[in-house]
Each structure stands twice: as structure tokens, then as C-alpha cells.
Design a protein around this ligand. Sequence first.
Ligand code: BES
Ligand code: MN
Ligand code: ZN
Length: 495
Amino acid sequence: MEITVKSGGAAKQQTQCLVLFTGGNGEFPAFSSVDKDTGGLLSSLVERGDLKQAAGQVLMVPTVTGIKAERVLLVATGKDQPKASAAEKICAGVARALNGARVNDAVIAFDDLQLADRDSNWLLRLLARNIVSAGYKFDEYKSKQADNNAIVLGKIALLQSGRKALEGHKQAAAEGSAIANGMALARDLSNRPGNVCTPMHLTGEAKKLARGVAKLSIKALGEKEMEKLGMHSFLSVSKGSVEEGQLIQMDYKGGKKGDKPVVLLGKGITFDTGGISLKPGAAMDEMKYDMCGAASVFGAMKAIVELQLPINIIGLIATAENMPAGHASKPGDIVTSMSGQTIEILNTDAEGRLVLCDALTYAERFKPKAVVDIATLTGACIMALGHNISALMSNDEELADALLVAGNVSGDKAWRLPLDDSYQKQLDSNFADMANIGGRPAGTITAGCFLSRYAKEFPWAHLDIAGTAWKSGGEKGATGRPVPLLVQYILDQVS
Ligand code: BES
Ligand code: MN
Ligand code: ZN
């Protein structure tokens, strides 16, 4: 999708579809000028009630005369001046209507859309992201594509009346589009089935991402190398599978030499059967999504590369398959992690923390400015926060605040849970330094507590995305979250 920002008058636009906004409050100069040129057609449609006056409602006017555009898409902004929440509906409405409209190009008079609580760059980022994302489909495994002759939306021009802040607007649109492209990669990897998307497959995808990108280099550690490093916690998970576990390192050098990197670490369990502590069968297919944390790191990295952001980032992917087998770990097994701390594996289904803890210790070598891990870590997180908001835990106030702000700005929200010391004792083991489970109460927090024991050397935050990374039921599919949050956080670091 090509998205451009330009200045000019709405009525003069030669396009298959001109998008105009109108509502109960404020001035809509582009709407008014086109209304005049079309002999009052638009205002008569609105007065007649053909366009419902609620934010995000749309009316396609299929033929118009008096202007150069072939069609007009009218979009309602609501009775009052729209705020961020209404803007989300408006952008989603525009994106859905344009992607379903059988047009190749559109021009959007976004200038008429003035928000009460956000600036135009924020709006452009959201609009561009929605438009690119609305075209997402996952049909890699359908033998017949739905419609080979489909008319695909390929070109969007965002129109502003004056010359004001053109460069800033171009950048904002590019950011929104890059975030959507990153989300699409995350969704593709996540939606792929477990028999295709294996740890080795992810290594291949990392190499693909780095192809032709001078600033991005890839290194992948196999089980032999991890053995040498003493990553026996990680290996206790991967050894149950015939698929070889991988610790993938994606090194993006966009910043100054010597600038401490931000490390993004993703849980990449390409399928979680639970291991010997086998999961029940119902909906187990969804455990192919247990690598959505890893996928979000891929997505964020793609966006960062596309935008060529001036910052050093290390993406780490801890990826393995969790299987029951003769050579799988058993409840009660004790392993020594790379940090030297010993772990009693009381439940082989608490495998995410076992692969992540060694990756966190590995991250110490980068002397990171911050480490953010992203993981579909606990079912308990869905009980706590549902499917709306991700859980955040951190040992650093500044980092936690920055991530919460990035979540709010991007609409990809997180909510902080306490990592209070008093929860730590739930991890006590009679036989090892710690157990890998903390019992039923506060399961998301005790998982965070476990990880915190491996994150003492740097500012660290943990995002539990068990509830937000994918949808179940009729709409089953990956959401691409928390790519928007992660990319916004990185954007905030460089601005
Ligand atoms: N990948 C799961 C967590 C999960 C479950 C995410 C369902 C999304 C939906 C994780 O590996 C797991 O199995 N966690 C256990 C931990 C427990 C054994 C302490 C869980 O949540 O039941
Ligand atoms: Mn599990
Ligand atoms: Zn898991």
C-alpha cells in the first residue's frame, strides 16, 4: 500500500473515491466546498438522514457530478467534536469501507477531522495503520484464493488544505503504515500452523527479514551452543521435541556505536501441548499461538527497519516446541539455569518462563538500556484482564511508565500488576532454589516474579499477552498485538 500526504483542494482531486468527513460540530471546509460543487447533493443526503450521525458511520455516494472524483465516501464524525475513542471508530469505518469498496485508490480529506484531545499526527498514524491493516487476510493455506480479480486498494493520498506541517504528516503516515506492516508479519507468523511454524522456521524468517538490510544481522544458537552456555532450563523444554530449539538474535544497529541497546525478547513456543503435564484437548489448536510474543518482536523489528529508526535494538527469540515424549522433562525434575539458579519443574506446562529465564540471563551480555519481554505466559492473565488489555510487570518505574504511555497513545493498552516481594514466596521449593509454578492465586504475578529473578542486572519489563495476542471462535486469528505498543515505545525513545 502506497500512502502519501499532499496539499490541495478536495474538489479538484482526480480519484476513484474521495473521502469526506461531516458531523454535528465544527467546520468541514472540504465537505462544504465539494457540497457546493455538487449542487448541494452531500448536504441533502445528510439532511435526509442517509448518513447516521454516529462516529464511524459511512455512506458511499456511488456517482457524483460537478467534481473530478468518481465517488464520495461520506464519514460521520458524530454529534460532538470527536475525541480519541471516536477517532478509533472513524478510522476503522473509513478503513473497512475503502477496503470493501472495489476501488484502487482514494483521497482522504483528513484535514476536516479535528480531534478535541489529539493532534493531527496522532490521527494520521491511526488512520494509516487502520487502512493498511483492514486489507489483511491470511489465506496461505486455502487452495483457492477467494477472488482472483478482486480490486485491491493500493494507493491512498491524505489531503490537507494548506502546506502546514507536511513533513511531520508524511512521517506520521509512514509510521502508521510501518506499524501495520509489522502487525501483518506478526499475524502471518502467528496464524501459521505448528507443523509449519517451527523454531527453525522462525530462524529462517529472521534471516529473511535481514536480507538486504545492512543494519540488521542475525545469529541463531542451536541446542549444542545453548548446552555450552549452560542453558539447561531452556533445554529442559526443547528436549521433549524432535524440533530443535533456537535462540535467535536479531541485531539492529540504527543508533550510535556504543549506545546501549533496547532488548525485545519474545516467547516463541511454536506449539504448547503442556508437555507431560498435558493440556486438555479442547481448543488446544490455539496453542500454536504460544509464539505470539516472538511474532510481536518480528513485527516490531520489521517496522523499526522500515522506518530506519536511529536506535540500537536487539530482538531475541526464545523458541522451542513443548511436547510430551520419552525424552521430555517430568514433573519433579530439577535443572540448573544459565544463571546458576536451580529450578524444580513442578509443572511442565509452565514452560514459557523456563525458556525466557535463560534468554534473560543471555541478555546481560548486551548491557541493555532496557529489556522488555513479551509472552503468552499465563491463562490467569485472561482471568485478570480479559482480551482487552495486556498485563505489564516491571522492576523499573520509568520503563513501566514509558510502556503504559506507549500503550495508551497507540490504543494497544497495558495495565500494570504489582510485582510485590510478598508474592515471591509462592515459588519456594523444598528441593531447588525455586519451583516453576506458584499455585493458583495470582498466577500472572508469580510468573512475573519468576522472571524477575533473572532480570536483576537491567531495567526490565514483562508483558503478558495471553489475552490480547489472538482471538478465538468465529474470528479466530492473531491480532498483531502488541506491535503497536512496542513500536510506539521505540518511537518515543528516538523523538
Ligand atoms: N501458553 C500457556 C499460557 C496460556 C494458556 C496462554 C491459555 C493463553 C491461553 C502457558 O505455557 C501455560 O500453560 N501456563 C500455565 C501455567 C501454570 C501451569 C502455572 C497456565 O496458565 O495454566
Ligand atoms: Mn504451557
Ligand atoms: Zn506456553
